[in-house]
Design a protein around this ligand. Structure first.
Ligand SMILES: C[S@@+](CC[C@H](N)C(=O)[O-])C[C@H]1O[C@@H](n2cnc3c(N)ncnc32)[C@H](O)[C@@H]1O
Length: 216
């Protein structure tokens, strides 16, 4: 597997170096992001993912945040907890793989149209190899949408994430992806607002950040 290194080893360091599979061995049937964030994400997917797409939801759980009323050609899931992935109603198939141990994906070249990563990139210690593999499995004109907010499991995130802020995170995702051949087409950084009266009064939800990268 060939890829261009962007991080040095100290930037890959995280406080909890135990096997990530242990951390995820119990299912968490919770939402990691609030409703305003999830609404914004689903809207982005509605706008950007054609129904004919083969979608790969990498680093997923029991929810994929895709619009309920759109059926895609195929949705493939990946994550670290069997019960969560088995409960995700969108997946036609899924597999488990610790990406900090092994980055080679069990997918053929150019077999996917859109890759999604939600609140997951922040846990990658070898993001260059993962981005390179995602580039390999994505078809030309395909895309990768990396979305996240300002939350994390702190002890599981490498230093390159814990030491920096939201805008740095966006630029970091983009720099790793472009080093592997992706073109960054859009960086989104927005406030979200609660629904109803609270939102009208300015009450904010989780900040919404997304890097959209394309394979030309
Ligand atoms: C905060 S959850 C987000 C899950 C899902 N994308 C969502 O939006 O609810 C982080 C996810 O990253 C994935 N993950 C974390 N560390 C991982 C690793 N070392 N290898 C593979 N996946 C990992 C797991 O699937 C975990 O559920």
């Amino acid at each position: 597997m060939s890829y261009l290194k962007v991080l040095d080893d100290s930037q890959r360091y995280k406080l909890d170096s135990s096997d990530d599979q242990l951390f995820y061995q119990e299912p968490r049937f919770v939402h990691h992001l609030d409703q305003p964030f999830r609404n914004r994400l689903t809207q982005l997917y509605r706008d950007r993912i054609p129904p004919c797409a083969v979608v790969l939801d990498l680093m997923s759980s029991w929810v994929s945040h895709l619009p309920d009323d759109i059926s895609y050609e195929k949705v493939i899931g990946h994550g670290l907890n069997e019960d969560e992935l088995a409960s995700n109603p969108r997946f036609e198939s899924y597999w488990l793989q610790n990406l900090n141990k092994d980055q080679k994906l069990p997918l053929t070249d150019e077999s996917v149209d859109v890759v999604l990563i939600v609140a997951g990139w922040q846990y990658l210690q070898q993001p260059e190899a993962v981005a390179s593999e995602l580039y390999r499995v994505t078809r030309r004109k395909g895309s990768m949408i990396v979305a996240f907010s300002n939350r994390m499991f702190f002890s599981k995130a490498p230093q390159i994430w814990t030491d920096y802020g939201d805008l740095d995170h966006l630029n970091y995702v983009s720099s790793v992806a472009t080093a592997q051949g992706w073109k960054t087409s859009e960086l989104i950084m927005e406030d979200t607002y609660k629904t109803g009266l609270m939102g009208l009064m300015g009450s904010k939800g989780d900040p919404f950040l997304a890097a959209i990268c394309c394979k030309e």
